[in-house]
Design a protein around this ligand. Structure first.
Ligand code: OGA
Ligand code: NI
Length: 355
């Protein structure tokens, strides 16, 4: 019998290792978006939807949506393309490796909270070029123009990704409107942060190979997403878990629902809403037998957006809870912490909390 050669970089501290028992019970809300995707919605159905979104954001920070309007064929095509891409040899995948000139490309060395994730990734930018600061130093104004890495295989990969991004944009604008309304804001309140084409959003193709020590490692360690929100397609294997906000803080499985999208609020909405809505911790369990694919779209504003609590939500009894920060500088600091196993905690939104 061979022994498994365990690479220490992947090993989670005991408190973060996945427990083998799974929690049964109420899962995250499933919300039908047809009031905003069908042809003649009634005002009362939109009202009810806004309420539903508001409670899901408050109680969970995570929900699934159905009747979202994204064509199923497109999602299938992208999933197939992703499978073909990752099935190539490492050498072929490394032809489009991510490097210092852009955040786009293939890599298998991401760390979350300083432990290596059991996954491979291909990132693709929504805008070309994507403007991004050269360094995380606040006084350095130099800007890079990031472009995408374009795999030659499978054919039409780039076209499918571009089409998919258009659909993600449409869906994210609908969600932002509903979220704005649920906070008592104007429906288009968030549009100014995304409307001018200068975003730093990207699509990520995640591939989680079967893991021989799935009880010790994680596909993605516990983390919160740092954008505004994330729209995730997962396949039917399962593995995503959410930290329940209510009382016990248990890890809850996010059950795969065919064709649904998983929406999670991320750090920037937490700050914009001055903490009314929170970015929620989640992680990915790996499977010892099955491979798993997922496709998150991370919605981010322009790099130079100053992220701070919205003035409409601030008043005498609700003073700002967060210091303003530049979206791009924050993301860059986070990236810098993502490629090695080191001891100190990497940058988190609570570091901007006003004591
Ligand atoms: C992520 C993430 C979840 C998944 O990539 O940030 O949380 O199910 N992924 O792949
Ligand atoms: Ni995430």
């Amino acid at each position: 019998m061979g022994t498994i050669d365990v690479d220490q970089a992947f090993i989670q501290e005991p408190e973060h290792r996945p427990s083998l028992s799974t929690i049964e019970g109420q899962g995250i809300p499933v919300i039908d978006l047809s009031p905003v995707t069908s042809n003649n919605p009634s005002l009362s159905s939109i009202d009810a939807l806004v309420k539903e979104i508001g409670s899901a954001c408050k109680e969970w920070g995570f929900f699934q949506v159905t009747n979202h309007g994204v064509p199923l064929s497109l999602r299938r095509n992208l999933l197939e393309a992703s499978k073909s891409f990752f099935a190539q040899s490492l050498q072929d995948k490394k032809k489009v490796s991510r490097d210092e000139t852009s955040a786009s490309g293939y890599y298998d060395t991401e760390h979350t909270k300083n432990v290596r994730d059991w996954k491979e990734v291909f990132d693709f930018l929504a805008k070309e070029p994507t403007l991004f600061p050269l360094t995380s130093d606040e006084h350095d104004d130099r800007i890079l123009h990031w472009t995408n890495k374009n795999p030659q295989y499978p054919p039409h990969f780039r076209d499918i990704l571009k089409e998919y991004i258009k659909e993600m944009e449409k869906l994210s604008y609908k969600l932002l409107e509903l979220i704005a309304l649920s906070l008592g804001l104007e429906s288009k309140r968030f549009e100014e942060f995304f409307g001018f084409g200068d975003q730093t959003s990207f699509v990520r193709l995640n591939y989680y190979p079967p893991c021989p020590y799935s009880h010790l490692a994680l596909g993605v360690g516990p983390h919160k997403d740092s954008g505004a929100l994330t729209i995730l397609a997962q396949d039917d294997v399962g593995g995503l878990q959410v930290k329940r906000k209510m009382n016990d803080q248990e890890w809850i499985n996010v059950e795969p629902i065919p064709h649904a999208y998983i929406i999670n609020l991320a750090d920037i909405i937490q700050v914009w809403s001055n903490g009314a809505y929170e970015s929620v911790e989640h992680r990915v369990i790996v499977n010892s037998e099955k491979e798993r694919f997922s496709i998150p779209y991370f919605l981010f504003p322009a790099h130079d957006t100053e992220v701070k609590p919205l003035k409409e939500l601030i008043h005498e009894h609700n003073p700002p809870k967060y210091r303003p920060y530049k979206s791009g500088k924050f993301l860059l600091k986070r990236f810098e912490g993502n490629f090695q196993k080191h001891r100190e905690e990497n940058l988190q939104i609570h570091h901007f909390k006003i004591a």
